[in-house]
Design a protein around this ligand. Structure first.
Ligand code: 9UX
Length: 72
């Protein structure tokens, strides 16, 4: 079953920033959906914990160049 995770993402200043975060997260195995909201500095991800976990997703967002914190 898919699990949901929400991250705060800081440093995104335009919608293309959000697009690059979504693209990077969706490229990971085990991602069902990723939605990034530049206005609210949030990323919501549905994932399958057999294949990926919150920390891997968080690090992937940081690798794109933004500061990410798991909030729920
Ligand atoms: Mo927009 Mo984001 O020009 O790294 S893509 S600021």
């Amino acid at each position: 079953e898919a699990e949901a995770a929400t991250f705060s993402v800081f440093g995104m200043t335009c919608s293309a920033c959000a697009g690059s975060v979504e693209k990077a997260v969706k490229r990971l195995p085990g991602i069902r959906e990723a939605v990034v909201d530049v206005l609210n500095n949030k990323a919501q991800v549905l994932f399958y914990p057999t294949f990926v976990n919150e920390e891997t997703i968080r690090e992937t967002i940081e690798d794109v160049g933004f500061e990410a914190t798991l909030i729920e």
